[in-house]
Ligand binder design. Structure first.
Ligand SMILES: *[C@@H]1O[C@H](CO)[C@@H](O)[C@H](O)[C@H]1NC(C)=O
Ligand SMILES: *[C@@H]1O[C@H](CO)[C@@H](O)[C@H](O)[C@H]1NC(C)=O
Ligand SMILES: *[C@@H]1O[C@H](CO)[C@@H](O)[C@H](O)[C@H]1NC(C)=O
Ligand SMILES: *[C@@H]1O[C@H](CO)[C@@H](O)[C@H](O)[C@H]1NC(C)=O
Length: 483
């Protein structure tokens, strides 16, 4: 019988396909681990997003309970978590984790709420809202970054459910209503962090390269209220050095390298100006590796449980309250805590270190792995385990895992013409084609206005997907002939 030999051959071919589509070699066990982690994350969004408003709770217990009436967190919803929830419906639909019609209903209700009923200011939304009623909670600000993360979800469902006219229409209306120019509050380049009813605009502005790049890009490519492309080049690039690594990092928490990268596909792209030719995807890869090395080589001296497979700090809960911590350098309040979404949100960047880390956390500390995946944080030194999960931390882990496995979140989001247009306007172009010729030019001025006529080159991801499809067809026809 030729069957076993045929199996071996098709397995080899299959692994080539996996390698091509995911950009990383994932074993069956890796996929099983990620499938379970992602499914639990989806479960969080499914169970804790309000059916009427679509608003997602900011946090719940790891066991699934929501904050009781009368408590501080009761019905507190986060619009950023609601953006991640929308993406989770695309992933669930694609992976058949829930009924398509129920996912569509939830998505439609969410968009209907934000398009027609949610309080807003020039299209921008409050950071915290009541999940049931949508009213402003905790005297929160109208938030530019949180609205941008919500828009990430809105534009993702616009593409993944593009056959649904109502979804497309409402998603378009929500994005096109956002007045990005208003959020400049008179500045030429830097958007404000937000606005409050009491104090008007917040004084702080988005001046650094950090988690908000999608906010800037969505503003630059807005069909209705676009701001100047110069915003991109006005962002400060704050370089840090660790050993032989040099990378941009305004602050130590890892999430600043993750959020916008879950939507915008920065892979294989560089700017084409003489002074700017950063590969931002690679920058996030380096930031992840630096953090792992710093824990394994430096912090493990003080906390021996830290190792190459047990590390990670990014903004999270701690035994001592919420902390915006990270590394390097060492945060003075570091106490041995591990934050799983540090590695989780970087699955798409450095799976060779983040995946073994998460798998080993689950194996060694099974009590930290609950209904929605990992507890937000835990401390192996004291055996403190956070009782909560946070929507945005569950969300970034889910999106990063899916991008690692299939690149689908990138593919859906980047199918929006505005996402492509944004990269074109700031001249973040495909490395392989455009950059080499432009960079080779000897008389590059130090700053050059983007040439708006440059045509967008095909991204490497879509090229990969297409060649994978061709390879699949080839294998299928080969199998057919063998049989
Ligand atoms: C919300 O929708 C889900 C899925 O359609 C359903 O299972 C659940 O019972 C609904 N919850 C409420 C409170 O209506
Ligand atoms: C907005 O986009 C248009 C069309 O591409 C462009 O001509 C205009 O300069 C942009 N506005 C700003 C403020 O940059
Ligand atoms: C740590 O705490 C968990 C419960 O939160 C318990 O199941 C586990 O046995 C504890 N581990 C140690 C080493 O005490
Ligand atoms: C651009 O690079 C040139 C030298 O290569 C330098 O003199 C100039 O200051 C740089 N400009 C900026 C904005 O960094």
């Amino acid at each position: 019988m030729g069957f076993p030999k045929f199996c071996v051959i098709s397995l080899i071919l299959l692994s080539v396909v996996i390698l091509q589509t995911a950009g990383a070699t994932l074993t069956t066990t890796d996929h099983e681990f990620l499938e379970d982690l992602e499914k639990r994350a989806f479960q969080f969004f499914w169970e804790h997003s309000n059916n009427g408003t679509g608003l997602t709770l900011d946090r719940t217990r790891t066991t699934g309970e929501a904050a009781a009436p009368g408590t501080h967190n009761h019905n507190i919803a986060s619009i950023a978590a609601s953006g991640f929830a929308l993406v989770s419906y695309c992933i669930a639909s694609n992976r058949n984790w829930a009924q398509k019609n129920e996912l569509l209903t939830r998505t439609r209700n969410t968009l209907d709420f934000f398009a027609h009923r949610a309080p807003h200011k020039e299209g921008w939304f409050y950071h915290w809202m009541d999940a049931e009623t949508g009213v402003r909670r905790w005297s929160s600000e109208i938030s530019s970054i949180d609205t941008a993360l919500l828009l990430g979800g809105v534009l993702t469902v616009k593409q993944c459910f593009k056959e649904n006219e109502e979804i497309v229409r409402m998603a378009t209306a929500i994005y096109e209503r956002v007045d990005f120019r208003w959020m400049l509050n008179g500045d030429a380049n830097y958007l404000s962090h937000g606005w409050t009813d009491e104090n008007n605009f917040l004084a702080s502005r988005w001046t650094d390269y950090s988690e908000q790049t999608m906010l800037n890009l969505l503003a630059i490519a807005s069909p209705t209220f676009n701001i100047s492309w110069t915003t991109w080049y006005a962002l400060k690039r704050d370089y840090r050095t660790y050993k032989n690594h040099r990378y941009i990092s305004a602050v130590p928490p890892l999430f600043i390298h993750q959020y916008s990268h879950a939507f915008f596909d920065y892979r294989g792209k560089r700017e084409t100006f003489s002074n700017f030719s950063v590969d931002y995807f690679e920058n996030s890869v380096v930031a992840t590796r630096v953090q792992q090395e710093f824990f394994a080589e430096e912090l493990s001296g003080k906390w021996p449980h830290y190792s190459a497979n047990l590390w990670g700090l990014t903004a999270s809960d701690s035994a001592d309250g919420y902390k915006a911590w990270g590394a390097p350098p060492e945060d003075p309040t570091t106490d041995g805590t591990v934050v799983p979404c540090a590695a989780g949100g970087s699955l798409m960047f450095a799976p060779e270190i983040t995946l073994p880390t998460l798998r080993s956390m689950k194996e060694k500390y099974p009590h930290t792995y609950g209904r929605y995946g990992f507890a937000d944080a835990f401390n192996p030194a004291t055996n403190w385990t956070n009782s909560d999960v946070l929507g945005i931390d569950v969300g970034i882990t889910l999106l990063s895992a899916e991008n690692l496995r299939t690149g689908k979140v990138w593919a859906w989001f980047m199918a929006n013409p505005e996402a492509q247009e944004a990269l074109r306007r700031v001249h973040l172009l495909d490395v392989a084609t455009s950059t080499s010729s432009i960079m080779a030019s000897t008389n590059m001025p130090s700053t050059v206005p983007p040439n708006l006529d440059t045509t967008v080159t095909q991204t490497s991801s879509s090229v990969l997907t297409k060649s994978s499809v061709l390879l699949w067809l080839f294998i299928l026809s080969a199998i057919h002939r063998t049989m």
